[in-house]
Design a protein around this ligand. Sequence first.
Ligand code: ZN
Length: 341
Amino acid sequence: MPADIFRRGTLPFPTSLPGFQRLFPDDAACAGYLERIRWEHGFSCPYCGALGQPFRFANRPHVLRCRACRKDVALTAGTVMERTHTPLSTWFWAAYLVASHTAGMSAVQFQRQLGLSRYETAFQILHKLRAGMVRPDADRIGKPGSHDHVEVDETWIGGTTRGEGYGVHGKTPVIAAIEVRHRQPKEGTKVRRGGRYAGRLRLQVVPDRSAKALCGFVEGAVLPGSMIVTDGWHSYSGLANMGYEHLRATEGGDASVPEEYLPIVHLVFSNLKSWLRGCHHGVSPQHLQAYLNEFTFRFNRRFYPFNAFRSLLGIGGKAAAPTYDALYSREWQHPTASAHG
Ligand SMILES: [Zn+2]
């Protein structure tokens, strides 16, 4: 097996673009992959239960036919590819592009990359794959009892202030919680951002900046016992009584304080805003949460494009977002996140 293809359980796992192309060169290879996901120990007919090799058809690789009952079994059943005429290899390539491009793609870029003649096809594939991203990650982030912490902060998104003067007219408040870990510096090497780097992210539209809204978000997003860093905003003052270790970076007019204490969440807000501006030319408040979910989906799987790839295609039932330990162990680190992301 080439060095850029790993194995996880019974399934190979490409860690580079050439690895991906070698693993999925054509529709038959993609079909074989779907088959291995569905039947780890070999085909068994869902209709009659017969075991053993089914019939295969060179011109219809996505269909297997049971030798006993002669019924056809569609490998795409229950996936995003079900009942489409787009070749499997196009779907696989599309999902790989969406999963590994951190900036997201427009339908036009997408059409060009996939070599599709019709814009509508590109649009529909993209639309279906995006539907797999709007599922929010359910488990709470943070790691109680560790030295790592969670940065929590709010920002304003969207709207225009034109003609209304300076302010937040028409803007939507959004709150974020993000895990921050400290990397041990190696001797003689420079450490960026004080050795801090980001773990998992949660983003949510909130009705306002009240204690009820902000602490309510934290309660749903972060495990009690975790260390939480916020700015001095009074709405956060209840966190200590809710079972969190709370460190408040009091602002007191010093603009450098939040930057020093909340660098990661500010970086996320900045990336989120340029993504919303660049890729979507602004987003209306009623759709904002879906975009936040998409941003979060991609961010939380940035070292795991193959997990993202499988979730997008609907073929990785158990390929959920990584856990804290999995993310930080870098067991699956995927070079494409920086190589062509
Ligand atoms: Zn059968």
